[in-house]
Design a protein around this ligand. Structure first.
Ligand SMILES: [Zn+2]
Length: 244
């Protein structure tokens, strides 16, 4: 039974700079939690939230997946590099999934989908349900009004549609007697537009790889390919360390 990493399929077409903020719907708020993986989209989402919110709470959910220890160390370095007044300490939440299929590539690190595999190869069903349920409950208990994800509009997976987020928001709030909102500010944006928003951010500390080599990106997996293409198409320098 597979699990997904972040379910993002990039769309490489480019829209004019003036459209970025028209497309992005990130409301000004007192407090917002950001579900961050340490990858490009959630790293940039965090940077955007720091521009518009008084308190920003980064949440990292540990599921017991192969790449998480390296990813988490990168996430900590990224947060340290941001150093903004609104940024709150990183919160770690645990949602272990390895017991569902201990032989799955995301758990073992064996036969990880390579650079030439389709996006569906890294789809892990159920991930957003699990992450959002715990994140929303965390927000509810602490009076944080919303949780945001860096999901792109071109994402084709069933747990990244407006209908899914609306239903999830309704269901979890019913179950907890809460009113926590789910925000997807990048839902109308293409990957390249999101990258442009992150031009001034310390993205060298973000991490996208599902098969890290020591502390570096492997340079050969599905997600490394997506990352390299994101920098290339956006015309931005890529300071990531690749083993290959
Ligand atoms: Zn990789």
């Amino acid at each position: 039974m597979p699990f997904t990493t972040r379910s993002v399929v990039p769309h490489w077409s480019h829209s004019p700079c003036t459209a970025y903020y028209d497309l992005m719907q990130f409301p000004r708020s007192d407090s917002v939690a950001i579900l961050m993986s340490g990858g490009l989209d959630s790293a940039i989402l965090l940077g955007e939230a720091l521009r518009t919110s008084t308190q920003v709470f980064p949440l990292y959910v540990r599921c017991g997946l192969h790449w998480e220890p390296v990813e988490l160390r990168h996430a900590r370095r990224y947060l340290a590099a941001l150093e903004r007044p609104a940024l709150q300490p990183l919160t770690l939440l645990d949602v272990p999934v390895a017991d569902l299929d201990p032989t799955h590539w995301s758990v073992t690190g064996q036969n990880v989908p390579g650079a030439d595999t389709p996006d569906e190869a890294v789809f892990l069903p159920g991930r957003n349900v699990l992450l959002l349920t715990k994140a929303m409950l965390w927000c509810h208990l602490r009076g944080v009004s919303a949780v945001a994800l860096g999901v792109l509009g071109s994402n084709p997976f069933p747990d990244a549609t407006p209908g899914f987020f609306s239903a999830c928001e309704d269901l979890v709030n019913r179950g907890i007697g809460g009113s926590v909102r789910i925000l997807t500010p990048f839902a109308q944006m293409h990957k390249t537009d999101v990258m442009q928003l992150g031009r001034e951010l310390p993205l060298q500390h973000s991490f996208s790889c599902i098969n890290p080599v020591d502390e570096r990106h492997c340079g050969q997996c599905n997600k490394c390919q997506e990352r390299r293409m994101a920098f290339r198409v956006a015309g931005m320098p890529d300071f990531s360390l690749y083993a290959n």
